[in-house]
Design a protein around this ligand. Structure first.
Ligand SMILES: [Zn+2]
Length: 255
């Protein structure tokens, strides 16, 4: 009997800890503004190191931390967030910002119209007025665009002077230049130039194709396409649950 219990316990443990990894500590969550426990059952912290209260992940906490550090008056801003998440920084921005517009891109609906509580916006061809926004936020969006240069230029056009695009994007090519991963084919379907990659998309069951493997030359690309100067913040702050792979935060300011 004792052997049997031992065996069941070990199977249960294997199930809970798939790669034998468990990490946990207490700290302050920049997304839900509470003392919380951060914990991960997987050594790939980027997707697994969750806040016990709001389920935010490290890149979301890093982005929110950067927004608060750079823009103490962010609550008074007019903010456009493209493809927001249902948790983390998106929720905090939505609840606290003076004027917050969330957008998604529905190819079959008129641009600028509302679908539920989201405005329909194509990042590459936006309906916002010139110099109308204080802050544009994108979280892991810029690796899914067919014409990211157009999107960066459009974001710059919509920003007021002194406004900023604050975003996360995985810099997959740590030691080599950016590579185009897919181009737009007929019927808006991707034509992959390399091994097909898709990421989850809450508004599209088939997911979002990965179109770009960005390198750190993204900073030069943004400058060339939009004129904006970009700073990269890489944060490692365990007391805020900010530790993971590929969680650089980019701040492109319109001067
Ligand atoms: Zn939290």
């Amino acid at each position: 009997m004792e052997e049997f219990v031992k065996k069941i316990k070990s199977i249960a443990l294997d199930y809970l800890l798939p790669d034998g990894f468990y990490y946990s500590l207490t700290g302050y969550c920049p997304c839900c503004d509470k003392e919380v426990k951060f914990q991960s059952y997987n050594s790939y912290l980027r997707n697994s190191f969750l806040c016990s209260n709001c389920s935010s992940i490290p890149r979301e906490r890093a982005l929110m931390f950067v927004i608060e550090r750079y823009f103490s008056n962010w609550r008074n801003f007019y903010v456009h967030e493209s493809s927001p998440s249902e948790r983390g920084a998106s929720i905090k921005l939505k609840r606290n910002v003076n004027k917050y517009v969330a957008s998604q891109y529905f190819t079959d609906k008129p641009l600028g119209s509302y679908v539920n509580d989201c405005q329909n916006q194509d990042l590459e061809n936006q309906t916002f007025d010139d110099e109308s926004l204080d802050l544009v936020v994108t979280q892991d969006v810029m690796e899914h665009l067919y014409d990211p240069g157009k999107a960066f230029a459009e974001i710059a056009r919509t920003l007021k002077k002194g406004g900023a695009h604050v975003f996360t994007v995985p810099i997959i090519n740590r030691h080599k230049p950016t590579e185009i991963w897919a181009v737009k084919g007929e019927d808006n379907n991707p034509v992959f130039l390399k091994t097909p990659e898709w990421h989850e998309n809450p508004v599209d069951l088939k997911g979002s194709p990965v179109t770009m493997h960005w390198g750190f030359d993204i900073v030069d690309f943004i400058k060339e396409k939009s004129g904006l100067n970009t700073t990269i913040e890489y944060l490692d702050m365990l007391e805020y649950g900010i530790r993971a792979e590929l969680i650089e935060v980019f701040i492109s300011i319109k001067e």
